[in-house]
Design a protein around this ligand. Structure first.
Ligand code: RB5
Length: 144
């Protein structure tokens, strides 16, 4: 799968761990930054990842900031994006099964690395159920 990843400084360390993990899984990754722990603005990185996914340049995305909140808000402002902030494996599973989330958001300061990588694997390996859930995600996609 071709994935776009992005973070601000608060998510940089976890984003780096995710990048290595994705490479070990054999996924193709486009890293949209940031590339250090120097302070940057999360809306820029959330938007970049969201535009990569919305345009089809990447199939899915993963974004990380300190809490995952700001960068998920940014990603969800781009039409066609359904970004879910997940703090558990169950949330990641449901974000795919029911919400067809195309971007996963994580908190680099709030979710430890081991759990975050389990969440990533679940996000990548779980399929959308469709059916009644498709009607609802279609309603979301019509909002912006
Ligand atoms: C940056 O200090 C922090 O505000 C950011 O990473 C994120 O947590 C915002 O939601």
């Amino acid at each position: 799968m071709l994935l776009a990843i992005a973070s601000d400084h608060g998510g940089y360390k976890l984003k780096e761990a995710i990048r290595k993990h994705l490479a070990e899984r054999g996924e193709k990754v486009v890293d949209l930054g940031t590339h250090s722990e120097d302070s940057v603005d999360y809306p820029i990185y959330g938007k970049a990842c969201a535009e990569a996914v919305a345009s089809g340049k990447a199939e899915r995305g993963i974004v990380v900031c300190g809490t995952g909140i700001g960068i998920s808000i940014a990603a969800n402002k781009v039409k066609g994006i359904r970004c879910g902030l997940c703090t558990s494996v169950e949330m990641a599973e449901m974000s795919r099964r029911h919400n067809n989330a195309n971007i996963l958001a994580l908190g680099g300061r709030t979710t430890d690395e081991e759990l975050a990588l389990q969440i990533v694997d679940t996000f990548l390996d779980t399929e959308f159920e469709g059916g009644r859930h498709k009607r609802r995600t279609d309603m979301l996609d019509e909002m912006i």
